[in-house]
Ligand binder design. Structure first.
Ligand code: SF4
Ligand code: MG
Length: 323
C-alpha cells in the first residue's frame, strides 16, 4: 500500500577510542538491527529509556549520521548512502521537531522569519508577501495568533516555542515528521496541550510521524502503532490498542507498570522509578537477550540466545517466552 518509510536491519555503531594512542577499542552499538515500516498518515511511537537508540534512529533516517549497515528507503528511494547534497530535496519531505524548543530557535530572528526560512531554503511561496501569508496560516494552525509574527523567541513560553518549531517543520508540507521527545523539556502542565496539538494536526494533515518519547504515556494518544526499544533493538512492535491491552515483552510490561491511569501528564512524570537495575551499556550489551540482567522471567536460554523479533498475535515480540 502507501509505504512511506522502510527501515531494514539498521545499524549505527559509533567507534570508541582509548589508550595512550587513542586507538579504536570498540564501538557503541547505538542502533543494532532495527526494522520497521511506516505508512501514509500513520504515527509510530518509538519508546524506550534514554540511550536505547531512539534519537539515533531518527537522525539516521535524516542521514545526519553515518550508517554502519542496513537500509533506509523513503518514498521508494533508497537514501541509505545519500550525501548532504543528495539529501537536500529529500529534507524538504522529512522534517524534524527537536526536544529543546529553546536551543532550536535563532534568538535574533523574528517568528515570521524563523517559520518562513524553510520556505526560502526550498524556494517555495516565492515572494515575501506570499511567504508571510503562509506563515500567518501556519501560526494559526499551531494555535498561535497571527499578530505574533514579528515577535522574537524570547517573548514566548516553552510551549509556545515548541508550537513555533512545529509550524516551522510543517511549513514545507513534509511527508514525514520525526519528533524527538517534543514534550520532554516542557512543563508538565503544558505537555498535554502540545500532545493534543499533535493529535489535531495528525487528524487534519495526516502527515506520517515518528514520535519519539521515553515513556509510553506520552505516545499513547498520538500513535497508531508503537515500537518499544531496548539497548539498540526493537523488543516489541504492535498496534497501540494491542500493546496497551496485551503487552507481551517483559520490558514493555515494566514500562507499562509505570503508567497508572490515562492522564498523559501525570504518567509522564511518574514513569521513571519502576524498572529495577541499571541500563547496561550499549558498548558491551549483555549476551543473548539484552534485557536478561533486569528481567524477572529470565531463563537459562535468555543469556545464551538472542531472541528474534517474531509475529505474536497482532504484533511482534523478541522474547523467548513466545515461540
Ligand atoms: Fe526476559 Fe528471556 Fe524474554 Fe529476555 S528473552 S525478555 S530475558 S524472558
Ligand atoms: Mg534522545
Amino acid at each position: 500500500s502507501d509505504l512511506i518509510l522502510d527501515v531494514r536491519d539498521l545499524k549505527v555503531h559509533f567507534p570508541v577510542y582509548g589508550g595512550l594512542l587513542q586507538r579504536e577499542i570498540g564501538s557503541v552499538k547505538a542502533v543494532d538491527g532495527v526494522s520497521f515500516q511506516l505508512h501514509g498518515s500513520e504515527t509510530l511511537g518509538l519508546v524506550g529509556e534514554s540511550g536505547c537508540g531512539k534519537s539515533t534512529t531518527g537522525l539516521a533516517i535524516l542521514r545526519m549520521l553515518q550508517i554502519t549497515s542496513g537500509k533506509i528507503v523513503f518514498e521508494s528511494i533508497d537514501i541509505t548512502n545519500y550525501n548532504r547534497r543528495q539529501m537536500l530535496p529529500i529534507r524538504r519531505r522529512i522534517q524534524m521537531v527537536y526536544q529543546d524548543p529553546f536551543g532550536s530557535l535563532n534568538p535574533r530572528m523574528t517568528i515570521g522569519d524563523i517559520i518562513g526560512e524553510p520556505l526560502e531554503i526550498h524556494k517555495l511561496h516565492g515572494n515575501r508577501v506570499e511567504r508571510r501569508a503562509r506563515v500567518t496560516e501556519l501560526l494559526e494552525m499551531v494555535g498561535l495568533r497571527r499578530d505574533m509574527i514579528d515577535r522574537y523567541p524570547h517573548q514566548f513560553s516553552g510551549g509556545q516555542r515548541q508550537r513555533i518549531s512545529i509550524a516551522r517543520a510543517l511549513a514545507v508540507e513534509p511527508r514525514l515528521l520525526i519528533c524527538d521527545e517534543p514534550v520532554s523539556a516542557l512543563d508538565v502542565s503544558i505537555q498535554a496541550q502540545v500532545v493534543n496539538l499533535f493529535q489535531e494536526l495528525q487528524e487534519k494533515l495526516g502527515i506520517s510521524t515518528i514520535f519519539i518519547a521515553h515513556d509510553l504515556a506520552v505516545v499513547r494518544h498520538v500513535s497508531q502503532r508503537i515500537a518499544v526499544m531496548y539497548l539498540g533493538t526493537i523488543v516489541e512492535i504492535s498496534t497501540r490498542d494491542e500493546l496497551y491491552a496485551n503487552p507481551k515483552h517483559p520490558y514493555t510490561k515494566a514500562l507499562m507498570a509505570a503508567i497508572p491511569v490515562p492522564n498523559p501528564v501525570i504518567e509522564a512524570r511518574r514513569s521513571h522509578q519502576t524498572i529495577q537495575g541499571e541500563v547496561p551499556s550499549a558498548q558491551r550489551p549483555p549476551p543473548g537477550c539484552r534485557f536478561h540482567p533486569r528481567c524477572p522471567h529470565a531463563m537459562p536460554i535468555c543469556s545464551e540466545m538472542v531472541p528474534e523479533l517474531r509475529s505474536e498475535g497482532r504484533g511482534m515480540v523478541a522474547c523467548h517466552l513466545f515461540k
